[in-house]
Design a protein around this ligand. Structure first.
Ligand code: ADP
Ligand code: GLC
Length: 480
């Protein structure tokens, strides 16, 4: 049996700040278990829920040398849905309730994690054929493998895959501090390796040393070869183009299933949504203090409130949007300017706008189920999972044509009767507003056509099947 190890900084159901956790938690379950033994390793954060901590069993502990001292490494494990998860314990690094504290704290934290991921392998008696690294936090895994582990027989021949979930975050910091913390020699800090515009860069290290690179949609795989999306690494992306492929994310079709979801008020299917979906809307209107009216078009947003997600377009048009015959339900946390912007409009238009500035799994499901449309006008979007969840719940996405949004939302064409959502091309507030208003017209004036969009959205398949197959082929090819 072939062995795969996922290394990442977050994973559902243990700890999540965004889509990365969804992917790391759901993809391993999709491989045929007779073919791949796929396990996952993440940090044992203090913020992991008690009920999961109780299920963990202690495996071993040892001391590892990093940043000029010996540091404690504990290893815990638990099995969930047939998948083995390992947790690296060190209270100094993982004691906060959130995964990230920002730089420079995260710098040592994830150097420690990456080195520990490799160090534990002989002790847990698991020699992966492939270590699949996710995002900058695990960028040093391929680097350390090259630097000190590969010479050892146990590690010899282990392959690595580096997946870019978001090129914006790279783990960049001053080179001297990085050298000292990581213990990597000067050899690694040249422009063809970890050096990046005079600083050090973890992700770049991973991208240079990984055997294969993937990102989470085809369009993003192309976009990151250009300066606009490349975040300074477009040259490297071009240089490694033949080792770089886009594999679009899926979502867990069991966790996100409107016909069985226990978090929503009324379950429904692609056959019954016309009758049953609206009970979720009126229940949410009541819960959030909005005007209760099943016919009112409700637009949802569930998101990190950051520039990436296009909130400056929304902020610019918010007053105008509020003049329309719609309701807007927001769930998210992030930049204060956007949190306060939504709070302000929820105060000013309290029957139309609901601002939920917090994190809630349950409310997110209720929004996906209740709304008619979902707004996601991202500046860039490596894949995006929220629009996939919306499609699954028959909530029509309104998106900008970038990255995974372009690859997963088919724009409505009223002449051909095709499409699963609405989209616009340019990052422009007026284009966005025009597209939202076009959707409003279809919703209010052509209800049958709208329902057909919902129909197509709900039957489009964004489960993992095809994409898991592509990862499988990649692993097979690497293992040879
Ligand atoms: P990103 O990873 O860039 O944040 P994705 O669309 O890939 O964007 O994934 C976001 C994930 O996080 C989705 O599962 C979404 O439902 C969830 N999410 C974002 N904000 C919140 C929140 N405030 N409460 C609950 N879930 C949230
Ligand atoms: C990142 C991206 C998002 C993607 C997610 C999972 O957070 O911003 O587009 O869906 O990773 O791959």
């Amino acid at each position: 049996m072939k062995k795969i190890l996922f290394a990442a900084s977050e994973c559902v159901p243990f700890i999540k700040t965004g889509g990365l956790a969804d992917v790391v938690g759901s993809l391993p379950k999709e491989f045929q278990s007779e073919y791949f033994d796929c396990r996952v390793v993440i940090p044992k954060y203090a913020g992991i829920k008690e009920k999961f901590k109780e299920q963990m069993e202690f495996v071993t502990s040892f001391y590892m040398d990093l940043n000029w001292r010996d540091q404690y490494v504990g290893v815990f494990k638990c099995v969930l849905d047939g998948i083995t998860f390992y947790f690296i314990d060190n209270e100094e690094h993982f004691g906060g309730d959130k995964p990230y504290a920002g730089m420079p704290w995260d710098l040592e934290k994830f150097a420690f994690f990456s080195k520990a991921v490799l160090s534990i392998l002989p002790l847990i008696d698991f020699r992966p054929d492939v270590i699949h690294c996710h995002d900058w936090q695990t960028g040093l895994v391929p680097v350390y493998l090259n630097e000190r582990f590969q010479g050892n027989e146990f590690y010899h021949g282990i392959k690595t895959v580096m997946t870019i979930h978001n090129l914006k975050f790279q783990g960049v910091w001053g080179m001297d501090a990085m050298k000292s913390i990581t213990g990597l020699s000067d050899y690694y800090f040249t422009p063809d390796k970890l050096e990046f515009k005079g600083d050090g860069n973890y992700l770049k290290g991973g991208l240079v040393y990984a055997d294969a690179i993937t990102t989470v949609s085809n369009t993003y795989a192309e976009e990151i070869k250009t300066p606009f999306y490349g975040e300074g690494l477009d040259g490297l992306m071009q240089a490694r183009a033949k080792d770089l492929r886009g594999i679009v994310n899926g979502i867990d079709y069991t966790d996100y299933n409107p016909s069985t979801d226990a978090m929503i008020v009324k379950n429904y299917t692609e056959k019954s949504f016309r009758r049953d979906k609206k009970a979720n809307k009126t229940a949410l209107q009541k819960k959030l203090g909005l005007e209760v009216d099943a016919k009112k078009m409700m637009i949802g947003i569930v998101s990190r409130l950051t520039d990436q997600k296009g909130f400056d377009l929304i902020a610019y048009m918010m007053e105008e949007l509020c003049q329309d015959d719609i309701q807007l339900v927001v769930l998210g946390t992030g930049d204060e300017k956007y949190e306060n912007m939504f709070r302000h409009f929820a105060w000013k238009y309290d029957k139309k706008v609901a601002a939920n500035i917090f994190y809630s799994e349950e409310l997110s499901h209720q929004i996906y189920a209740a709304c008619d449309a979902f707004l996601m006008p991202s500046l860039f979007e490596p894949c995006g999972l929220s629009q996939l969840m919306s499609l699954r719940y028959g909530t029509v996405p309104i998106v900008r044509e970038t990255g995974g949004l372009k690859d997963t939302v088919q724009p409505y064409n009223e002449y051909e009767g095709t499409g699963t959502g609405f989209s616009f091309a340019n990052y422009n507030a007026h284009e966005m507003l025009g597209t939202v208003r076009y959707a409003e017209r279809i919703y209010y004036d052509k209800k049958r056509d709208w329902n057909k969009i919902v129909d197509r959205a709900m039957t489009a398949d964004f489960s993992w099947g095809a994409s898991a197959q592509q990862y499988q082929e990649l692993y097979d090819w690497l293992i040879g």
